[in-house]
Design a binder for this molecule. Structure first.
Ligand code: TYD
Ligand code: MG
Length: 454
C-alpha cells in the first residue's frame, strides 16, 4: 500500500509544499508551515456520477426559493431577494455598516414571524441587543447567539432551522479541529466551507460577514470568493454618509447590481434615486467637474467626476485617483496629450464624488473632459452630461445601453449630452445629443486645444 505523502501547509495562507521551510514562500509568514498528510482524491467507485445529456438533466422542483428582505436596496443586489440554502459573503471595511445592514435584514424576517438567527463572534449578546434597540428594533424575536466555535453554530442551526442566519464575522469564528488561529486563511476557509455545507443541507440562507483588511488582505474575504454563491461588497468613503452595496459575483442574479444607502443616526436609510443623491451637492459652473452616466448592473447611475490639474512644478508630476482606476487616468492623460493638451508636467487629481467607483469604460470620456476642462479652465454648462469609451487613438467608442443612460439624463433635467455618435438612435425627445467620433471633436467643443497662459 502506498504511504500517505507528507505535505507542509502554511497555517496563514494555505500554501502547501513537500519540504519544510522556516518562512512561507507565498505569504512570507515565519514558522507557519505545519506538517500534514496530503489529501488524496477519492478512489473511483461505482457510485461516482456519470455524464448526462444536458436536455435530460432533471430540473429541481420549483427552482430556487427566494425570500425578499423587504429592503429593496439589499434585495436588488441579491438578485431579487435571499435564496434559500445560499451562502452570501458580505465584505467591507470595518465600521462601514455590515452588522447594521444585516441586523436590519434579520429584523424584517423576524417581524414576519420567520425564524432568524444572528451569530456574533465579535460582540456580546447584550451589546447586540443595545445596538438593535438603538436601531429601533424593540422586542424583536430574532435569535442571538454569542459564539466563536463554529461547531456550536452548526448544531444550533440544525436544531432551530432558521430561514436566515448571519455569521458576524467569519474571521472571529473557528473550528477546533483546524490547528491555526481564528482569522487565519486556513480557519476562514474551513469555516466558510462548513457554512456552505450547512446552508445546502438545511436550506438556511447564511450571510457571512467578512472584514476587508487593508493592510494585509491575507486573511481577508478574497480567499472565499470562489467558495460562496454571492459576494456583496459594502463600500463608501470616510467623508460621505453614502454607502453602496455592490454585487460582485452572484450565482443567482446579475453581478454589478447596486444598492444605495445613507447612514443615519438610527440606521441605514434606503436611497432609491441614487443619481439625484449623488448630484445633490454638485457645484455648477466650476471648471473640472463633469456628470457621467454609468451603468451599475441594470441601473443607470449619474455621477459627478471632478478633476484638478495642477500648475507645472519642479517635482515629478503625480496622478492621484479616488473612485476611478489610476492606470485608466494615466492612459486618458496620454490620449489627451496626443490630442494637443500639455499634461505631462502637471499633477492630475481625479475624484468620483460620493464614494462611488466608476470602473466602467463609459466613464472615460467624462473623465477626459473633466481633465481638459480643468486644464483649460473652461467650465461646462450645468445641463451637459458626458459618456463614452475612449480608445488609444482618441476614438470615441459606443457603450452598452445608451438608451437607459440617456433616459436617466433626461429624467434628471439634463438637456445636452456628449456621447458616441452611435447613441444618436437612442436619444429621447427633449434631449440634444452631440454625437462625437473622437476626443479632438470634444476638445474643439470645449473651446479648442490652444492652452491658456501658464
Ligand atoms: P457597523 O454596522 O458596526 O459596521 P461594521 O459591522 O461594518 O463594522 O457600524 C459601525 C458604526 O456606525 C456603529 O457604531 C453604528 C454606526 N452606524 C450608524 O450610526 N448608522 C448607520 O446607519 C450605520 C450603518 C452605522
Ligand atoms: Mg460589525
Amino acid at each position: 500500500m502506498a504511504r500517505a505523502k507528507v505535505v507542509w501547509r502554511c497555517a496563514s495562507c494555505g500554501h502547501s509544499q513537500s519540504k519544510w521551510a522556516g518562512r512561507c514562500p507565498q505569504c512570507g509568514e515565519w514558522n507557519s508551515l505545519e506538517e500534514g498528510a496530503e489529501q488524496v482524491a477519492a478512489p473511483p467507485s461505482a457510485t461516482r456520477s456519470a455524464p448526462v445529456a444536458l436536455s435530460d438533466v432533471p430540473l429541481e422542483s420549483g427552482g430556487e426559493v427566494r425570500m425578499r428582505t423587504g429592503i429593496q436596496e439589499l434585495d436588488t443586489p441579491l438578485g431579487g431577494g435571499v435564496v434559500a440554502g445560499s451562502l452570501v459573503l458580505l465584505g467591507g471595511d470595518p465600521g462601514i455598516g455590515k452588522s447594521t445592514l444585516l441586523l436590519m435584514a434579520l429584523d424584517r424576517f423576524a417581524r414576519r414571524g420567520l425564524p432568524a438567527l444572528y451569530v456574533t463572534g465579535e460582540e456580546s449578546a447584550a451589546q447586540v441587543r443595545l445596538r438593535a434597540e438603538r436601531l429601533g428594533m424593540i422586542g424583536s424575536s430574532m435569535l442571538v447567539l454569542a459564539e466563536t466555535d463554529f461547531e456550536a453554530v452548526d448544531a444550533v442551526v440544525r436544531a432551530q432551522r432558521p430561514v436566515v442566519a448571519v455569521v458576524d464575522s467569519v474571521q472571529t469564528l473557528s473550528l477546533p479541529g483546524v490547528g491555526s488561529a481564528p482569522g487565519s486563511v486556513a480557519q476562514v476557509r474551513e469555516v466558510a466551507h462548513r457554512a456552505m455545507l450547512l446552508a445546502k443541507s438545511t436550506g438556511t440562507a447564511i450571510f457571512l460577514v467578512g472584514h476587508i483588511n487593508k493592510s494585509g488582505e491575507i486573511a481577508g474575504p478574497k480567499v472565499l470568493e470562489h467558495l460562496v454563491d454571492a459576494v456583496l461588497n459594502f463600500e463608501g468613503d470616510g467623508s460621505s454618509t453614502l454607502r453602496i452595496l455592490r454585487a460582485g459575483k452572484n450565482r443567482f442574479g446579475a453581478s454589478g447590481e447596486l444598492g444605495v444607502f445613507e447612514m443615519g443616526d438610527t440606521g441605514l436609510i434606503e436611497v432609491p434615486d441614487a443619481s439625484a443623491r449623488l448630484l445633490q451637492e454638485r457645484v455648477k459652473g466650476a471648471a473640472g467637474t463633469v456628470v457621467v452616466a454609468a451603468m451599475e448592473g441594470t441601473r443607470p447611475l449619474l455621477a459627478e467626476v471632478q478633476a484638478l490639474v495642477g500648475r507645472p512644478g519642479p517635482q515629478t508630476p503625480g496622478r492621484t485617483c479616488v473612485g476611478v482606476d489610476r492606470q485608466r487616468v494615466i492612459m486618458l492623460a496620454a490620449v489627451l496629450e496626443k490630442a494637443g493638451l500639455t499634461l505631462y508636467d502637471r499633477d492630475i487629481f481625479v475624484n468620483a464624488v460620493g464614494g462611488v467607483r466608476l470602473d466602467e469604460p463609459s466613464a472615460d470620456l467624462g473623465i477626459a473632459v473633466a481633465i481638459a476642462s480643468s486644464l483649460l479652465d473652461r467650465p461646462l454648462p450645468p445641463d451637459l452630461l458626458v459618456f463614452g469609451e475612449l480608445g488609444l487613438v482618441g476614438e470615441v467608442r459606443g457603450v452598452s445601453r445608451p438608451e437607459a443612460r440617456l433616459r436617466e439624463a433626461a429624467r434628471h433635467g439634463f438637456t445636452r449630452v456628449i456621447a458616441p455618435h452611435s447613441a444618436g438612435r437612442a436619444c429621447p425627445p427633449g434631449l440634444e445629443l452631440i454625437g462625437v467620433h473622437s476626443i479632438g471633436e470634444v476638445i474643439a467643443h470645449l473651446g479648442g486645444p490652444e492652452q491658456r497662459r501658464r
